[in-house]
Write a protein that binds this ligand. Structure first.
Ligand SMILES: [Fe+2]
Length: 335
């Protein structure tokens, strides 16, 4: 089926929390900066050009949904003309812009936005210089220069990269996101291969010949993860580089936040990752160095039990670093 439009990327998640002060403190420690705050809404930004990458509203704890970037105003209008989406509305949040909104099959809000004005990108986002060693001079990007981070630096966030969603029906959810936003499958997780039970679907934006993150949405089964209740599994932020993942780990440890999983390197998507719980239990991920695919790479079936050490097969292993804690990761505390 031909999708109504194809979105370009993720824009921001919207989380409802009972205490915006606590949320802001956590997000500052996580590496964000305040963009704007009203009586009942907190907008936080990273170091990139987007005016905000995380939205929190005041109320009982709940994940409301995510916003996605459309490629054009025409796409926004086309989507708004479809049955599932509402009319185009002007946004009053930082940077303005326009949106059209719907609900996915799990009752989660889906906003598609266009025209949010970009802000100045911070210089700290400049490409880091790495010396990789060896004989070739081009392996040394830093000659006669030293590399320094001030001790206790806050980790630098580039962008909202993806979300994990615990959903009622993974194939039905993917079909909905494909039909409306052009999302395509990257990997289906099936222990034992083709005939095995479906444990997750990694899916990405179809950007044609342009590279897209291996996953923008990771669908997981709510029945297995969160006692059948749909909602948030995790939100994920792309960091400037590996230094930021470790600097974030150091700060969040020192401040006493609850660590969920990491630091390690994933199989699917290949990111170096580190997962933390907000004071309200929502899981927030720092990650860097993920795989990117254009739309020529077909969906794969991945036998998750084949990854990792063949003598000690484990569910959700890492290429290096600890295995996932299946008891807690993506549980109903994080919805
Ligand atoms: Fe993730």
């Amino acid at each position: 089926m031909t999708p109504i439009i194809k979105v370009d990327d993720m824009a921001f998640p919207i989380l409802q929390v009972p205490d915006l002060d606590k949320q802001e403190t956590f997000l500052l420690d996580f590496g964000m900066k305040r963009a704007h705050r009203t009586k009942d809404t907190l907008y936080m930004r990273g170091a990139g050009a987007q005016p905000y990458v995380h939205v929190s509203t005041l109320g009982p704890k709940k994940f409301l949904g995510s916003a996605f970037h459309a490629c054009s105003m025409q796409d926004l209008e086309t989507l708004a003309g479809s049955d599932a989406f509402g009319p185009v509305e002007a946004m009053t949040s930082p940077g303005g812009g326009y949106r059209t909104s719907s609900k996915d099959p799990n009752g989660l809000d889906v906003h598609v936005v266009f025209g949010i004005e970009k802000t100045e990108q911070e210089t700290e986002l400049a490409m880091p210089e790495f010396n990789v060693g060896g004989e070739e001079r081009e392996n040394f990007q830093r000659i006669n220069k030293i590399k320094r981070f001030s001790k206790g630096s806050f980790p630098r966030i580039k962008r909202y990269a993806h979300c994990g969603l615990n959903v009622l029906d993974m194939e039905e959810s993917l079909s909905w996101y494909h039909a409306h936003l052009g999302i395509i499958a990257s990997d289906r997780l099936k222990p034992g291969g083709e005939g095995g039970p479906l444990l997750g679907i990694f899916s990405r934006c179809d950007r044609g010949a342009l590279p897209a993150d291996h996953h923008s949405i990771f669908f997981l089964p709510a029945q297995m993860q969160s006692k059948g209740k749909p909602g948030l599994n995790h939100v994920s932020y792309e960091m400037v580089n590996i230094d930021d993942v470790f600097m974030g780990h150091e700060i969040l440890t020192k401040k006493g936040y609850e660590h969920e999983w990491g630091i390690g390197r994933h199989y699917q998507g290949s990111q170096i990752f580190d997962y933390w719980r907000s004071p309200f239990g929502h899981i927030h991920e720092h990650q860097t160095d993920g795989d990117v695919f254009d739309n020529t790479v077909p969906p794969q079936i991945v036998d998750v039990m084949q990854d990792g050490d063949p003598n000690h097969p484990e569910m959700g292993p890492s290429q290096w670093g600890p295995a996932i804690n299946m008891e807690t990761f993506g549980d109903e505390r994080g919805l």
